[in-house]
Write a protein that binds this ligand. Structure first.
Ligand SMILES: CC(C)(COP(=O)(O)OP(=O)(O)OC[C@H]1O[C@@H](n2cnc3c(N)ncnc32)[C@H](O)[C@@H]1O)[C@@H](O)C(=O)NCCC(=O)NCCS
Ligand SMILES: Nc1ncnc2c1ncn2[C@@H]1O[C@H](COP(=O)(O)OP(=O)(O)OP(=O)(O)O)[C@@H](O)[C@H]1O
Length: 466
């Protein structure tokens, strides 16, 4: 299952002689001098740390593309519009030049942070040259020198002593690049799953293409924007799973949580302060990390969904204990999940995760059965899967909005619907029933958000299996 997401990057490319390397360096310096002289503003130069005689190949092309994406995002974050931008892609190595109307020191600090925080950052070289032509060094700004790609020593020392062979260094670059490309592919399926869930229509009480369900503060666009903002975080969850594969499962949740909290903040920023994907960040974060871990640990790389869920459950054994613990000092009040547990003994999102997402797993099996039913298409099947989840889920969103009566009502209604034969044979009939049910949910302010999250997870599982 995971093997098909592996993308390999060739290291082959035109060989560049020492004379050509020196000539290319000279050309890069001349270009920079020309732009500094013309604009009299700070300049940023991006190159790839290519080792050996080949400077341009499939791997460095990919690395260059990813670094440009990250830099563009950084400029956006800093509200920086480059005065000039030039991209060069000769066989002697790619270079991007940006003239930026900003403070050179602040820019250098921001790119150091970017290099340090990005999984691929060690493979890039981002230089900032002040308007007076003087390059800003890490040391001058109080940062430690860059460490070696392979060991903890200073990169310059290793390079000078030739401690590691070019082949070793290239293999490590290739390994990191391939891990990142793997994570990117999986994360893009995860985001697609979030999008497909919210677009699925008609859903009772939930935001969809027809209406905003029982919600007054969010709509389809809030979900779309929030999903886009989550993409880099899902990549990161997978990479954390990869990087921590050697550590015990019981240590992983604590390593994921700071990123989960940052993802929640990014969600709030993208949605305008609305909780669009809190439950999804939690569930997808765990599964993404489990995928990363399995990618490293599973020898045959043919892991199934059941074992991914088992791994995710292993990460959060004991998480339900949080429900009865005192809230963190930073929390002003008990969360909806904590209240639902104290009042009604429901374990909500934590309970589902701790048990390895049994409802999403069962809904996936249902989807499989329904695929053999000639009366259904995928949209029809997903609507049935949602009903199945709703009929069994202790959704704390429903309890918060409608109390235990609200939860009982939704579970009873969906169970009754699922007993009707036309639901499985006639999509128009099901849609009609769901529109009616949607009307009732809106009237009663009921929204099964937890079930929507589990449906998104089911869609994600289904796309991994295809
Ligand atoms: C544990 C979490 C879910 C906190 O939950 P909280 O106590 O606020 O629970 P609450 O009941 O409000 O649920 C949060 C969301 O879960 C979803 N949900 C509710 N019930 C269920 C259910 N039965 N099944 C699945 N999802 C559910 C809903 O979308 C809801 O909005 C989580 O938000 C958290 O710890 N966030 C911090 C960031 C983090 O660690 N993320 C995880 C990294 S992988
Ligand atoms: N299509 C959808 N429509 C509505 N909610 C969804 C949908 N898909 C997923 N959800 C989940 O439902 C949750 C939002 O539910 P809700 O708004 O009831 O909770 P809340 O934000 O905690 O409460 P409130 O809106 O009262 O502050 C999100 O965490 C989200 O993950």
């Amino acid at each position: 299952m995971l093997k098909k997401f592996h993308r390999s990057f060739s290291l082959h490319g035109p060989k560049i002689s020492l004379a050509q390397i020196l000539e290319a360096r000279e050309q890069r310096n001349l270009r920079m001098a020309k732009y500094l002289c013309r604009y009299r503003l700070p300049l940023l130069s991006l190159t790839i740390n290519a080792v050996g005689e080949v400077k341009k190949n499939a791997m460095t092309d990919y690395l260059f593309e990813k670094s440009l994406e990250k830099l563009t995002a950084l400029f956006q974050q800093l509200a920086l519009i480059p005065t000039k931008c030039r991209i060069y892609t000769p066989a002697s190595g790619q270079q991007a030049l940006f003239i930026l109307p900003t403070d050179a020191e602040a820019l250098k600090k921001a790119v150091i942070m970017l290099e340090q925080e990005s999984y691929l950052g060690r493979l890039w070289d981002i230089d900032v040259i002040a308007a007076d032509g003087i390059p800003l060094s890490r040391q001058r700004l109080g940062f430690p020198p860059r460490s070696c790609l392979l060991c903890r020593d200073e990169a310059k020392i290793c390079a000078r002593s030739g401690r590691h062979s070019q082949a070793e260094l290239n293999r490590e670059m290739q390994r990191r690049t391939e891990n990142y490309a793997f994570a990117e592919q999986i994360a893009s399926l995860a985001i697609q799953a979030l999008r497909r869930e919210v677009r699925l229509t008609p859903k009772p009480g939930l935001v969809d293409q027809a209406n905003n369900g029982a919600h007054r503060d969010m709509n389809l666009q809030s979900f779309e924007r929030s999903a886009t903002a989550l993409f880099p975080f899902f990549i990161r969850f997978i990479l954390i799973g990869i990087q921590t594969a050697a550590r015990p499962e019981s240590e992983i949740l604590a390593l994921l949580r700071p990123l989960g909290i940052r993802a929640e903040q990014a969600m709030l920023q993208a949605s305008g302060g609305i909780n669009t994907h809190k439950g999804a960040i939690f569930a997808f974060g765990l599964i993404c990390a489990a995928i990363g871990r399995s990618h490293i640990l599973s020898a045959d790389k043919t892991l199934n969904i059941e074992s991914l869920c088992h791994t995710a459950a292993g990460f959060c054994q004991g998480i339900s204990l949080e429900l009865s613990a005192d809230p963190q000092p930073a929390q002003h009040k008990l969360s909806a999940g904590m209240l639902a547990y104290r009042r009604y003994g429901l374990r909500g999102a934590r309970g589902e995760a701790e048990r390895g997402f049994p409802l999403a797993q069962k809904a996936l099996v249902q989807l499989g059965h329904l695929k053999r039913n000639p009366h259904t298409d995928q949209e029809h099947r997903l609507l049935i899967a949602l009903l199945y989840i709703m009929a069994h889920n202790d959704d704390t969103n429903l309890v918060r909005r409608g109390g235990p009566d609200g939860l009982r009502f939704v579970r009873r209604q969906t169970a009754t619907l699922l007993k009707q034969r036309p639901v499985y044979q006639d999509k128009a009939f099901l849609q009609q029933q769901l529109r009616e049910f949607d009307r009732v949910c809106i009237q009663r302010n009921l929204s099964p958000g937890g079930s929507a999250d589990l449906l998104a997870l089911t869609i994600f599982f289904d796309s991994l299996m295809r």
